[in-house]
Write a protein that binds this ligand. Structure first.
Ligand SMILES: CCCCC/C=C\C/C=C\C/C=C\C/C=C\CCCC(=O)SCCNC(=O)CCNC(=O)[C@H](O)C(C)(C)COP(=O)(O)OP(=O)(O)OC[C@H]1O[C@@H](n2cnc3c(N)ncnc32)[C@H](O)[C@@H]1OP(=O)(O)O
Length: 209
């Protein structure tokens, strides 16, 4: 498929996702606006006629976006400079589902750290982030950590200990590190810290591909 959007690379060779020199600002902008829409949608208390009017605006936007679509799997569509899909659902700046997880600090021991701020749309228990999303953040973080360590792999086992509620609306720090390798099995741990307290910990087994 040929892509004629400005700022994108030429079409992908088979099996290789093109790397964007820079993610088009409009891609990030649209995802950010949709995130705001979702957050407004779960908080709103406007009258029924206003809900209906808003729904019509959203329908118009959806129809505009559907005018031209891509067919290839999202992970293989575009990668950013860090080799993560622009549309990854955890950190993809172009995916409104992604909170997104941002930044990737790597210390001298290889431990990784990123941040995320999840709004009320991610609520599970009252005032707290849904446990599935807590696990998603940790799954992604351990995947990132083993890739950074030179062993890209897929998670086959993820054990999450929910120590205390992970608050929404509060910046979260997500730490992860590669801890070892045995044949194709790669081991990693992760944790989420909010307000200086660890809210969840994970240990993971991943398998190289
Ligand atoms: C997916 C990425 C593609 C390309 C990405 C490109 C660039 C990426 C760069 C950086 C990445 C950065 C961040 C990552 C971000 C996003 C990626 C998405 C991450 C996920 O979202 S990921 C969560 C979901 N994940 C899955 O969707 C996996 C489903 N799964 C499978 O697709 C198969 O499972 C497979 C193919 C992985 C292995 O299958 P297989 O047939 O090749 O291997 P096999 O079964 O033989 O296992 C080999 C050894 O692992 C042991 N083993 C297996 N399972 C175990 C378990 N549960 N517990 C303990 N040990 C286990 C066996 O006992 C054996 O051990 P031993 O060698 O000692 O005998």
């Amino acid at each position: 498929m040929t892509d004629e959007r400005p700022g994108t690379t030429s079409p992908p060779a088979a099996g290789h996702a093109p790397v964007l020199p820079a993610i088009p600002a409009e891609t990030t902008l649209l995802a950010a606006r949709i995130r705001e829409l979702v957050e407004a949608g779960v908080h709103t208390d406007v009258a029924a006629e206003d809900l209906r009017a808003a729904a019509e605006h959203v329908t118009a936007a959806t129809e505009l976006l559907r005018e031209r679509t891509r067919e290839e799997p999202l992970l293989l569509s575009y990668l950013d400079g860090n080799q993560v899909s622009v549309h990854n659902p955890v950190e993809g700046p172009g995916n409104p589902l992604a909170p997104p997880m941002v930044g990737l600090e790597i210390d001298e021991s290889g431990a990784t750290s990123s941040t995320a701020l999840l709004g009320a749309a991610y609520e599970g228990p009252p005032g707290r982030v849904h446990g599935g999303w807590v696990a998603s953040l940790l799954d992604h973080a351990v995947g990132r950590a083993v890739a950074v360590a030179g062993h890209p792999a897929m998670t086959v086992s993820l054990t999450v200990d929910y120590r205390r509620g992970t608050p929404h609306g509060v910046p979260l720090t997500i730490n992860a590190r590669f801890t070892g390798k045995e044949g194709r099995k790669v081991f990693a741990t992760g944790e989420i810290v909010a307000d200086g307290e660890t809210t969840a910990e994970a240990s993971a087994i991943l398998v190289t591909y």
